[in-house]
Design a protein around this ligand. Sequence first.
Ligand SMILES: [Zn+2]
Length: 300
Amino acid sequence: MKRRSLLKGLGAAALTPSLSFIPKPKKDTPVLRVAHITDVHLKNDLGAPKKFERCLHHIQQHSPKVDLILNGGDIVFDMNKEKRSDIDAQWKLMEMMMKNENDIPVKYCLGNHDIWWNEDSKNEIFYGKQYSLDRLELKEPYYSFKQNGWKFIILDSTHQDIDDTWYIGKLGDRQMQWLTTELKNTPKKTPIVIMSHIPILTSVLMIQDNVVNRWEFLGGDMHTDCAELTNLFYEYSNIKLCLSGHIHIRDKVVYNDVTYICDGAVSGAWWDGIRRQTKPGYGLIDLYADGSFNESYITY
Ligand SMILES: [Zn+2]
């Protein structure tokens, strides 16, 4: 064969790779598209209602459309630092907006700001978690449900600190037992998404100004039972994704094949711009029948 036709032959071979080299389309269509909104911190101030309305409309304009909204907590601005009459107003505003500006089903998780902690008010109707649970029509602050072949486990992150004065991130014995049983009873082939308000595992706590020779994390910033939870998750390869908020900074950590995503905040820096480099936004997640997913952080 002449050199020219040899090159021509090689060129043709290079241009028409055999079928085995053509990457197969990685995914089919998702079985479920989820919007993860967290840290909305809604109140009638700081332009929050208008901006949240924009966010809800943004979520509803996607194609394919979003099937489910997961609200990751800190639903209202703050039950502790507001006047009592304002707490009621914040919840009414949230209910009104979700009714008038949104058509997608929503599942909720409690955040630390959705819980009234003030110790000298134990007899108030606002005290503890019951008030928010009633408003959200939830029986328990942790629960699970199935949708389109995926299982969703919603956790209750916020518990009183050891000295009872504030909160830390943990499940507590009763919920840990429930979660263990729940995982055990889920078929191994059913992929699982877990949502908590406080991150189970996040890297962003390490981004601190003026570190000299050590980092300091608060027990309220990440799950203090992180080791126990990651040990438990190691037993279940069907746990795919753990979603959280709370920090208002977006990050993604993969540990033992579980992806931990802290999905920024709808409110950004509490309705005052950007929190470090994270803009106000929400997570958009496509879940597939084979247990894989695609996800991105969407600013609105
Ligand atoms: Zn929070």
